[in-house]
Design a binder for this molecule. Structure first.
Ligand SMILES: *[C@@H]1O[C@H](CO)[C@@H](O)[C@H](O)[C@H]1NC(C)=O
Ligand SMILES: *[C@@H]1O[C@H](CO)[C@@H](O)[C@H](O)[C@H]1NC(C)=O
Ligand SMILES: *[C@@H]1O[C@H](CO)[C@@H](O)[C@H](O)[C@H]1NC(C)=O
Ligand SMILES: *[C@@H]1O[C@H](CO)[C@@H](O)[C@H](O)[C@H]1NC(C)=O
Ligand SMILES: *[C@@H]1O[C@H](CO)[C@@H](O)[C@H](O)[C@H]1NC(C)=O
Length: 770
């Protein structure tokens, strides 16, 4: 295509204009107040303040701004405070003695009954190997989320003993929430609104949003009951997914830290929430929120908070994000976090579209109202019945009632929420909706609850239905709704939305770490929100079915609680290692797990070590352990300065310049090798990674095997056999990768296994040429 010459100056002009508007915006930005998180070095506090660092913080702040108030002071995971400052004041403050860093606040987002059976933790034969209720009830799972709806049965504390003596949490009161909202299941509930309110420039309107730990969105109730909800028999959503709804660790305790509001989750609130959670004494921290707007660990509030939590022995799990299947789309890339992607269950809610040409297509639906009247109804494509066809089909008020009334309407999936589209169709007089996936969603059909009869279909069926409409004068269709179907194969498959590797921050750390159920999950719900999430829907439910890595993360948090109870001495890294090295990457028939986005075999960049297998994780044989020292060496290998390290880890540490730190030596339970094809050798060369295994089983000898690889890589392991004479004994080995020059974009995968005949300690290997 030829670009007309006249376009060029215009483009240049636009560039120039945008430059000018940038400069203007920058100036305006300079004068505006923004929230900053200020890190202070306590050792630099002048003696005149005695022991009162709050006064010291206040006086440092006063020296740059007369009017600024402290939003929060932080004292557990970091030392410092947050406040509103102009850019100029922030710069001044950064120069004060004792100030380690001044970090602009970031906004993070939410990563929005059959799972225990699917994971194999409710079978009677397994009950005995799981920790007794006495041990597990000492474990507290903290969630940074949208709060809880405490009245639902999932928070019933029947049969639970007294709250652990070491627990220091509280039940904070606020809108519609008082101390009697907590009990022996929900042992803590706090809320953190200050950063959000400061950023909004006004207090929370309590008629709209509860200024308390009460959950007005459903997300926090869903995640916390997935992790540790009490068993509730007879749960379902309108009869779908019926059965006993229960969390992964039914005897563990829940503490909620509400830092997410209708407008998002702000890092000054998140850090305050993590600070309190660690101080209160949580054992597990579950983060179904994330963001990607940082390029280093030391600018990511969640990585910073998680480091201090890990250093105190707390297991931190985070959702991988819902930006898949795009590559490099992960949240929570730090190695001290367990990063969880999402897979499907073996459960489906089938529904069928029958057309006038007698063809029938399978889709999915959760619909509870009256069915369609019998017989075929007229069918229309929304693209031919809308006021405007540029925008998202079936968005608010876009349909022409005269063209859709009395008909079934085909809408394309898009930006508008699925359930909101059903409301738009209903309002325009439509009788039913077919929601068709476009290329972006492929064959992944996710359930939502709808306001009129709806069937969601994959792209292929959607295209066929649209072709039928286009080629027939009088197109017609009808629906059949099926029952909940179990035993669906293949399952699990990696969800298309689940964020993928590689890890753009540290390519030698493979992420995500593993996957867990995250598609069409039934769990507890808020009484403030209809199941469709759409305000015109007046229905209220105690359970809802939703999808996201937000749902898979608390599965792993609950399972980590079980492991922690069974093995109280294990470090967070040991728990993670056990979960990863026992994960599976094939179906029972030996075929590799699939990725729904490509319909082909998934890779470690999609599922990390594989799908979690909690029963196997209880007895992994060996673990790859890691502690604070190991992570510090890793940060040295990333060339972090003493200041970067201090900001991130809260530790004074200087890398030893005589040491050759190698990022690949971090004792991680997986291997990632990243090769630069722009360098002189075009990716050819030798890399050596060392690893140390710790025996957490019985004495024995383990032999190594590496699955076949492509000719582009050779792998040697030395030694080939490791003998462990006693518990907690450590043995080291090295892996040598000899790679050839390959075109950029080439990937190669393998698997490294240590086995004593009884245990298999399995690690994925991902090699990529960039
Ligand atoms: C910044 O905040 C301070 C104190 O809250 C206030 O006095 C000042 O007017 C604010 N400045 C701007 C530009 O909003
Ligand atoms: C607050 O506590 C009282 C009992 O002291 C209880 O009756 C009431 O329902 C509670 N309110 C809420 C909103 O939890
Ligand atoms: C939409 O209308 C156009 C023009 O009438 C027609 O060519 C096209 O086939 C219609 N598409 C569908 C899906 O009905
Ligand atoms: C760190 O610096 C060393 C020496 O300059 C360099 O060889 C290495 O590639 C750097 N590592 C990273 C991760 O940037
Ligand atoms: C890859 O190699 C090129 C050429 O030596 C170098 O300029 C570039 O920084 C390297 N990229 C990375 C990420 O190390």
């Amino acid at each position: 295509m030829k670009i007309p010459i006249c376009m060029l100056p215009l483009t240049l002009m636009l560039l120039a204009l945008s430059h000018i508007s940038c400069v203007v915006a920058e100036e305006r930005e300079q004068q505006m107040n923004k929230t900053y998180i200020i890190r202070m070095d306590k050792s630099k506090m002048p003696a005149s303040f005695g022991d009162d660092h709050f006064q010291w913080y206040g006086s440092s702040l006063k020296s740059v701004s007369k009017s600024a108030d402290v939003l929060y002071t932080y004292r557990t995971i970091i030392h410092g405070f947050s406040t509103r400052l102009t850019a100029e004041e922030a710069e001044l403050l950064e120069k004060q003695t004792g100030v380690v860093s001044v970090l602009r606040e970031l906004r993070y987002e939410l990563h929005t009954t059959r799972t225990p059976e699917f994971l194999g933790i409710t079978f009677a034969r397994n009950e005995a190997i799981f920790p007794t209720s006495d041990k597990i009830s000492r474990v507290v799972i903290g969630l940074i989320d949208t709060g809880v709806w405490p009245e639902i049965k999932s928070y019933d504390d029947k049969g639970l003993g007294p709250v652990p003596k070491t627990w220091k949490g509280k039940c904070e009161e606020g809108t519609n929430f008082n101390s009697s909202s907590c009990n022996r299941k929900l042992v803590g509930a706090r809320f953190f609104p200050k950063g959000y309110e400061a950023s909004m420039g006004q207090p929370i309107d309590e008629r709209v949003e509860s200024r308390s730990p009460r959950d007005d969105s459903g997300h926090g109730t869903h995640t916390s009951t997935t992790a540790a909800g009490s068993a509730v028999p007879g749960a379902s959503l309108f009869g779908y997914a019926s059965g006993t709804a229960r969390g992964m660790a039914t005897q563990a305790r829940v503490a909620t830290y509400k830092a997410c509001w209708f407008g998002g989750c702000y890092s000054s609130d998140i850090i305050a929430a993590m600070d309190k959670a660690v101080e209160d004494g949580v054992n597990i921290l579950s983060l179904s929120i994330g963001g990607t707007r940082y390029h280093n660990y030391y600018t990511d509030a969640m990585a910073i908070g998680a480091f201090s939590a890990m250093a105190k022995g707390i297991f931190v799990s985070g959702s991988a994000g819902n930006r898949g299947p795009a590559k490099g789309s992960l949240s929570h890339n730090a190695p001290w976090i367990t990063t969880v992607g999402a897979g499907t269950l073996d459960r489906d809610f089938p529904a069928y579209v029958s057309l006038g040409n007698r063809k029938k297509y399978r889709g999915i639906s959760i619909y509870a109202g009256p069915s369609l009247s019998c017989g075929l109804l007229p069918l229309v494509y929304a693209g031919n019945a809308s006021n405007s066809i540029d925008g998202d089909l079936c968005s608010l008020d876009s349909l022409i009632p005269g063209k859709v009334a009395g008909k079934i309407v085909v809408c394309d999936k898009g930006i508008t929420y699925n359930s909101e589209k059903s409301a738009v169709v209903k309002k325009a007089g439509g009788l039913g909706m077919i929601l068709a996936n476009t290329k972006a969603y492929g064959e992944e059909v996710v359930a939502d609850s709808y306001l009129l009869p709806t069937v969601v279909v994959g792209q292929k069926a959607g295209d066929a239905i649209k072709r039928y409409i286009a080629s027939h004068d009088n197109p017609k269709a009808t629906f059949d709704f099926g029952k909940t179907q179990l035993g669906v194969e293949p399952s699990p498959v990696v969800a298309a939305f689940s964020s993928r590797g590689p890890n753009l921050i540290s390519p030698t750390v493979l992420k995500p770490d593993l996957i867990a159920p995250g598609v069409n999950i039934l769990a507890g719900w808020s009484g403030a929100v209809p199941p469709s999430g759409f305000y015109e829907d007046t229905r209220r439910v105690s359970f809802n079915i939703i999808s996201g890595t937000s749902m898979s993360c608390p599965h792993v948090s609950g399972l980590a609680a079980l492991l922690k109870a069974a093995h109280p001495k294990w470090s967070p890294a040991a728990v993670k290692s056990a979960l990863m090295t026992t994960s599976y990457t094939t179906y029972k028939n030996g075929k590799p797990l699939k990725d729904i986005a490509t319909r082909n075999a998934a890779t470690p960049f999609d599922y990390g070590a594989g799908h979690v297998d909690p029963v196997a994780a209880l007895d992994p044989g060996l673990v790859y352990d890691l502690g604070v020292e190991d992570y510090l060496s890793f940060l040295c290998a990333l060339n972090y300065t003493t200041r970067d390290i201090k900001i991130l880890t809260h530790i004074d540490f200087t890398c030893d310049s005589s040491k050759n730190y190698r990022a690949g030596d971090l004792n991680y339970p997986s291997f990632a090798v990243s090769l630069n094809t722009s360098s002189g050798n075009r990716g050819a060369g030798t890399k050596i990674y060392t690893r140390t295994l710790t025996n957490v089983g019985t004495p024995g000898t383990y032999k190594v095997s590496v699955s076949a690889l492509s000719p582009s890589v050779k792998i040697w392991v030395e030694p080939k056999s490791l003998s462990f004479a006693q518990a907690y004994e450590k043995k080291m080995y090295t892996v040598t990768f000899v790679t050839s020059a390959m075109p950029s974009g080439t990937k190669s995968f393998a698997n490294l296994e240590w086995s004593d005949g009884k245990h298999i300690v399995s690690s994925p290997i991902a090699i990529s040429w960039f």
